[in-house]
Write a protein that binds this ligand. Structure first.
Ligand code: HEC
Ligand code: HEC
Length: 240
């Protein structure tokens, strides 16, 4: 663990004055609400031009877990963020702040952004970072087989939204998957399938429901192998 992370974890209880909000249902499909309802600071942030310089300052708090490069951790505890669409970042952070996506570890730190402008700033900054090489991959002896099996499954039902190279879609809030850690991808897919990531796109939830764990392992192995031409960093990360 690095010093910044230790510091962040020590500080967490002090910053967590209010604790995570009670789970909400607004903005989640059903009961008269729609997925990704555009309201409050989410729509405000989406309409603002992000100030990358201020975003870089705000990001210092985030770097304790997600690292300065945005790479997160190959073990998947902290996701890779660099190069993610700013719209996706705004949606996910606003949902976490608003109690639509549970993330107790990060919740206190998500409060450092004082308003919609800072949310736009940090999202613009992260979105401009190149995607680091060296993300966590599927490491079994049967990796080649899993990746091939995952490719076939991915191209059938996932490519349509997440793209051939895992590039997602900025306008539609579909996340970039290229360069993401294998274990994070698998954990998110299981949570989306089981309804635990409550802010998830209902069409994706429907599609992923019938997938078995073995199939999700194969798809995660394939997704973690994807690269987006032009968006990847040039160098392997330095050993710290
Ligand atoms: C104490 C560690 C910690 C800090 C500090 C932190 N995060 Fe996170 N963040 C996490 C964890 C853990 C997750 C994944 C939670 C999960 O598994 O659902 C996450 C997830 C995210 C996601 C969702 C990624 C995705 O693919 O959907 C975004 C966006 C994000 N963080 C942005 C930020 C920003 C911006 C900051 C700084 C303001 C920040 N985080 C600070 C731990 C942290
Ligand atoms: C209708 C479009 C759509 C389809 C089809 C779709 N997804 Fe998604 N996916 C999304 C959206 C939107 C999100 C972000 C969740 C949210 O907040 O709604 C997402 C999130 C994810 C995530 C989490 C990414 C992150 O950064 O946390 C993974 C992994 C994923 N999808 C994999 C898949 C797989 C595998 C399939 C095929 C079985 C699939 N998706 C099909 C739209 C789609």
């Amino acid at each position: 663990m690095n010093m910044k992370l230790i510091l962040a974890l020590l500080l967490a209880p002090a910053i967590a004055f209010a604790g995570p909000p009670a789970p909400k249902t607004e903005g989640i499909e059903g009961k008269g609400y729609k997925w990704n309802e555009q309201a409050g600071e989410k729509i405000e942030a989406l309409h603002k031009k992000g100030d990358i310089k201020n975003g870089e300052e705000v990001y210092e708090t985030c770097a304790a877990c997600h690292l300065g490069s945005g790479a997160g951790r190959p073990d998947g505890t902290f996701p890779q963020l660099a190069g993610q669409h700013s719209t996706v970042l705004i949606k996910q952070i606003a949902d976490i702040r608003g109690g639509l996506r549970d993330n107790p570890t990060m919740y206190p730190f998500a409060q450092v952004m004082s308003d919609a402008q800072e949310l736009a700033d940090v999202s613009a900054y992260i979105g401009k970072l190149c995607i680091p090489l060296g993300n966590g991959k599927y490491e079994g002896k049967d990796a080649a087989m899993q990746v091939a099996k995952g490719k076939e499954l991915y191209e059938k039902q996932c490519l349509e939204c997440h793209g051939k190279n895992g590039e997602g879609n900025k306008e539609k809030f579909y996340p970039v998957l290229a360069g993401q850690h294998y274990k994070y991808l698998l954990r998110q897919m299981v949570e989306i399938k089981e309804g635990k990531r409550r802010n998830s796109n209902p069409d994706m939830v429907k599609i992923i429901k019938p997938y078995t764990e073995d199939q999700l392992i194969a798809i995660s192995a394939y997704q973690a192998s994807l690269t987006m031409p032009g968006a990847m960093c040039k160098d392997k990360p330095k050993k710290k």
